[in-house]
Design a protein around this ligand. Structure first.
Ligand code: GLU
Length: 499
């Protein structure tokens, strides 16, 4: 048997670091066994998918060097490799029809209103929310008649109502057992005739000759449906293997709020593909000889799927940075120079209009632009206490501003100079009002919120300097994440008493 594995990302938003992680494991497995690594684009959720996002996936995998043997932009014998193109060929409908003909699936004519009424009743009765299967009782003749009359419907799988689905995942000590009673009659074909992920993935894995589906454990809950579909469509199921999900330090699934998840971000930051792959590899699999630094190509020949760490690998940026340092310092002079140019060039067009007023020579750019490139700044402690404030007061103001900015970020507020001016100006003015009913302490606090003072404090905390280009342009260019981090760090420093 020739090993054929795939990754099947959905092109929604930026390419995800989880795709690189699962991609690396599949790539190594294919290389180790002389097999093929395939890229398939799962874009059946039309509202959320875009071609730009698919293009970004191709570019990111190329950047990382995770080359695929078959895929949308490289071709292959099992194409097309984009599901929307396969929909157009009628591939999925054929299998949905087969299940209907076998009485393993049924048409469901329930409307959105029917379903929301069902949901409300179930919630009120504290029952699990799932489809109550009312259309399952329709006779084949009535169902066909209503469909022919053009009545809107979906196709649902006729899931077993009792017993359990059991599967031995080679990476898990216990069999994966799910009770059918808890599993819904999954929609397979939507009312517009497009398949859901479940039908499309199972059909494509079969038609593409996939031997092993190696994916993240978030899909474990879908496994019974996938096994059932394979069985009822008469397919030999691939081996399903579920690896651990990348996790934040608090063990939650890796999320944008706690870690950068976009591969574009890593690329922009200047992470080297080898360093990022090395880091991802170490999250899932150690090198058998214990070495820390290795390439994907060095790992592949000794890669052992059974040695994958499933216990929720924790994503630790400090570790990634350490590896990045190891790889970076080994670059030859030409590569180093190229990296420097790349880093500077990445932002020079954006920053020059802001900085040119303060420059006399080209080299001045280095000094002027440092706060915009640096990861952190170290303002002088004295500068963090502008005239008119003491340390606890400066700390208080920074903390309140951090709150304001975090709320703004949480509400997906725009991060540009104009929006920031309105936001911060408004926050200051609101707090500066001396209300007639205010206590003396409140009055004293209101007096601290003086625009000039607060602007100075913000400038120093965010840029590390007492002088910078206009404040709100500066904050906009430093970026939301870093501004919030820097203000919080400054507030913290102000709170640490230095003897
Ligand atoms: N399209 C799914 C995703 O975005 C693929 C899941 C699978 O590998 O089966 O992760």
């Amino acid at each position: 048997m020739t090993v054929r594995v795939r990754i099947a990302p959905s092109p929604t938003g930026d390419p995800h670091v989880g795709t690189a992680y699962i991609g690396l494991i599949n790539w190594c497995f294919a290389r180790r066994h002389g097999g093929k690594f395939i890229l398939r684009i799962e874009d059946t959720d039309r509202g959320r998918c875009s071609d730009a996002s698919a293009q970004a996936i191709y570019a990111s995998l190329k950047w990382l060097g995770l080359s695929y043997d078959e895929g949308p932009d490289v071709g292959g014998d099992h194409g097309p490799y984009v599901q929307s193109e396969r929909v157009a060929l009628g591939i999925y409908r054929k299998y949905a029809d087969q299940l209907l003909a076998q009485n393993d699936a049924y048409r469901c004519f329930c409307t959105a209103d029917d379903l929301s009424g069902m949901r409300e009743r179930q919630l009120a009765a504290k029952q699990p929310v799932m489809y109550d299967r009312r259309c399952r009782a329709l006779s084949a003749t009535e169902s066909a008649k209503r469909a022919e009359a053009g009545e809107t419907h979906v196709v649902r799988m006729k899931a077993p109502t009792e017993g359990a689905s059991t599967y031995n995942d080679r990476l898990r000590r216990q069999p994966v057992v799910k009770q059918w009673a808890e599993i819904d009659d999954q929609v397979l074909l939507k009312s517009d005739g497009w398949p859901t992920y479940h039908l499309a993935a199972v059909v494509d894995d079969h038609l593409m000759g996939i031997t092993h589906v190696i994916r993240a454990e978030e899909w474990l809950n879908s496994l019974p449906k996938h096994l059932w579909l394979n069985q009822h469509l008469g397919f030999t199921a691939p081996e399903y293997v579920h690896v651990g999900l990348l996790r934040n330090a608090d063990k939650s699934k890796i999320s944008k709020r706690k870690n950068p998840t976009s591969l574009l971000w890593y690329r922009r930051q200047g992470y080297l593909p080898d360093a990022l792959l090395n880091f991802l590899a170490l999250l899932g699999h150690s090198h058998p000889d214990g070495r820390e630094k290795f390439t994907a190509a060095e790992l592949a020949p000794v890669f052992d799927l059974d040695r994958i760490n499933v216990a929720g690998p924790v994503f630790d940026l400090a570790k990634l940075k350490h590896l990045q340092g190891l790889w970076f310092r080994e670059l030859g002079p030409d590569q180093l120079k190229a990296e420097i140019h790349r880093a500077v060039d990445a932002r020079v067009d954006e920053l020059l209009p802001l900085l040119r007023e303060r420059m006399v020579f080209g080299g001045d750019y280095l000094l002027q632009s440092a706060p915009f490139y640096a990861e952190t700044v170290e303002p002088h402690l004295d500068d963090l206490v502008p005239k008119g404030l003491d340390r606890p007061q400066a700390k208080l103001i920074l903390e309140k501003l951090v709150r304001v900015l975090k709320d703004h970020a949480g509400a997906n507020g725009t991060w540009d100079a104009k929006a920031l001016e309105t936001l911060i100006g408004g926050a200051i003015d609101e707090r500066a009002v001396e209300k007639p009913e205010a206590t003396p302490a409140q009055l004293a606090e209101a007096r601290l919120w003086n625009r000039k003072t607060v602007f100075m404090l913000l400038r120093v905390a965010a840029s590390g300097r007492k002088e910078s280009p206009p404040l709100f342009e500066t904050l906009a260019a430093i970026g939301q994440v870093r501004v919030i981090e820097r203000l919080a760090a400054a507030a913290q420093r102000l709170g640490v008493l230095v003897k």
